[in-house]
Design a protein. Structure first.
Length: 133
């Protein structure tokens, strides 16, 4: 469970695979986080409504059909400049580097366990905002 002072963080999750999206949503809600779940980039942007929602962390699938995770991240950061992001992907790192460049990403490889997810989310949320990538 989230055991830090203040309200539980809000996490935006975007993944086009419904089973993965539901899994992440259930795991994070069980941990006490507020979750906004989107099946793609356009829905994620709509949920955030130009800053109408506070978002502390985004968990984004790197490869989605309509808008990939890095593009969605850039769009979200227009509204949330210091947004922390955890990318998830089943692709290997060499393929991701080839497609998206060598920028360092917080990446969680699919498949992952609920414990892996919670650990990474808490690590990222525990960092100072200026350090997040």
């Amino acid at each position: 469970m989230w055991n830090m002072p203040g309200p539980a963080p809000t996490i935006l999750v975007a993944d086009d695979e419904e089973m993965v999206l539901k899994f992440i949503e259930i795991v994070l809600r069980r941990e006490g986080f507020r979750v906004l779940a989107a099946s793609g980039g356009a829905e994620a942007l709509q949920l955030c409504g130009k800053g109408a929602e506070q978002v502390d962390l985004a968990v984004l699938d790197i490869m989605m059909p309509e808008m990939d995770g890095p593009r969605l991240c850039r769009e979200l950061r227009e509204t949330y400049p210091n947004l922390r992001v955890l990318f998830i992907s089943g692709y290997n790192e060499a393929e991701l580097t080839r497609r998206f460049g060598a920028e360092s990403l917080d990446l969680l490889k699919k498949p992952f366990t609920s414990a892996d997810l919670v650990k990474r989310v808490k690590q990222i949320l525990g960092r100072p905002v200026s350090v997040s990538a």
